[in-house]
Design a protein. Sequence first.
Length: 137
Amino acid sequence: MYLPPEWPAEVRPPSVPDWEASAVAWLLDAVPPDYRAYEVLRRHPVALARMALHHVNAAVEAARAGYRSAAVDLKGRLPPHTVEAVLDVYRQEGPRLVRLARSIEVVERALRGEGFTAMLRDVSTTAEFTRRRHNDR
């Protein structure tokens, strides 16, 4: 069974019996701990996936806003090297959160019963892009 590259290693493939339990456990790790108290989210993994996606997308936007404002907000309150360290945290967390959102999306698709198909990349387009980028230098 093909799984997209965004498929999280912690979640068993949909072809394995009871794979949804691993998906629920993984999704619960992506949301605030208080979500574990809601049995409805365990019984309906699609709802959990949808809520997890909203939560992580909000975290992505918060990280972007924090990154944009951190230098101004923290200037004069923290030493410059500390401000740069905070910006580095945002530079690491932003992409991690985006990857997490993509993984949640593919798990949600599988929970909805959608399958995945491997797609070949158009090598001629990739080669043309690489050639143009190299020539632009």
